[in-house]
Design a protein around this ligand. Sequence first.
Ligand code: SD4
Length: 360
Amino acid sequence: MTDRRQFLKAFVLGASASMLAWGGKLAAGPLNRSGKLVAGPAPRTPATAAVRVVSTWDFGVAANRAAWTILGKGGHALDAVELGVQVPESDLKNHSVGKGGYPDRDGHVTLDASIMDADGSCGAVAALEHIEHPISVARRVMERTPHVLLVGEGALQFALEQGFKKQDLLTPEAEQAWHEWLKTAKYNPSINSEVHDYGKGGSTGMPGGVNNHDTIGMLALDAHGKLAGACTTSGMAWKMRGRVGDSPIIGAGLYVDGEVGGATSTGVGEEVIRNAGSFLVVELMRQGRSPHEACKEAVMRIVKKRREASKTLQVGFLAMNRDGEVGAYAIQHGFSYAVCDAKKQDALIPSQSVYTTSYS
Ligand code: SD4
């Protein structure tokens, strides 16, 4: 994650021009569709320029690239988001998503993931162990069961029945970090990396510079005008066994409504669940807010309720409306999101935030 930090720094310094370019688009104003939604979505043919994929954090750049191999050829958003988020799920250097993720406090790597299509179809898994691509199991839940969410042993059983391979997800590096944490075993699940951890080790006992909670949330709009979203994580490092965050909870870590747009979140999942965060963002867009405004309002709801605590916790929302307009907002400085479309493949954009300077 030190790489992530350096990469992010480079972009923060160098990306002001691209941010301004994007900012121009984002500042285009709220959607105006009053009346149209009452009568149902207006028929539309999306412009090629609107075909777009966005995702959280710097590892979203590589994930977007993978998604673009499908979107760029006119493929479906649902296939794109599944393929895209598989990239960090397989990245052993990424300690917050998929294989290589940091384990819970008992040493088990447990994964949460959800996927959602424009028509409201969705699937999710929570506390799933031994499967490298929880996002693909979530998709099977959506497509091959009448259910939305499978958890723990049952989710694993289903995955194995579906032909997924059982494997050990705890890498030597993650195991070593866990052993480091065990030396103090301080249980402090509400910390966040932007506040405490970079370069310090932080109150979690993370190795210096290591980030303890970066989920990938991805939203895509395809050439057919359809939206889809995916969200996948190993959750908070050293969490209690059985702890599930927002990422597999439809309406919390992810929500998509093809008539309006989609939203996804990263950060302290408990705060997102308490506020039905991604659902809130989408509903605010339905009421006419731009993606940026909707994300900001959802963040402010959390901050208002948790004014003191919000100084030291991180939540970030990322949203895209059905026209491909993108917005984000976070509590803490340091959240970034990646954008990829026909014009720009590797944009990484620093999000605006409530607190504009690092906490110290
Ligand atoms: C969770 N939101 O489990 C997820 C993971 C995370 O930054 O911490 N993301 O709460």
